[in-house]
Design a protein around this ligand. Sequence first.
Ligand SMILES: [Zn+2]
Length: 255
Amino acid sequence: MQQIIRILLKIFPRPILIRISLVLNKVIALFLIGNKVECTVCKGKFRKFLPYGYTKATSRKNALCPRCLSLERHRLMYLYLQKETSFFTDNLKVLHIAPEQCFYKRFKQLSNLDYTTGDLESPIADVHFDIQDIPFENNCFDVVICNHVLEHVDNDKQAMQEIYRILKPNGFAILQVPQAVNNAKTLEDPTVTDPKERERLFLQKDHVRLYGLDYAERLEDVGFTVTANKYTQTFSVEEIKRYHSYSLFHNYSRL
Ligand SMILES: [Zn+2]
């Protein structure tokens, strides 16, 4: 099953996969109904989640919610927003860059949010732009969400500066990236353009770097106040198993 998912992810472009999954996932979800795992986003309860991953190195079992397509990091972020922030109650102006399938309709329906989505080309985005040149004024968003984007961007420092610029003072950003927790330094080399070599070094053929433990420093360099928040450690072993929501997690605030 893991291999089939890996092959499908490689063969089909993401927009087509999303369309296929919208039809298929309802059927698959019915087959997987149970009570061993629970999605924190759609509240679905299943025997297990589906496997997910583009490559052997990133492939894992029990990752993808068959109903809403959330992954571990999405389920953790949703819990974090619910339990640790006023995201679902305060009147907030939010920019969601590269909006994830499992989130954007839910967030759009929240009446407390002034919610805008942005992406280079995604048809579901409200505004199209390059993250290295964001077309919004300084200090205009309370929250910016931008997950698994910076590892694709040539000049990530400029992208970080742009996110910092558009955040209001005291605003916060959630900027999840793949991170090699055993590497002290970020691995990047702009001369590596061969897709196979990028996949070997940076985990995916369209990644231009693999962040190491210095990710927080790189954000601090552009002005962010970074709070290391190993949020998963606040959960019991049973909760981690049930939600499959383990992941490193940090806060990035403009203070
Ligand atoms: Zn779900």
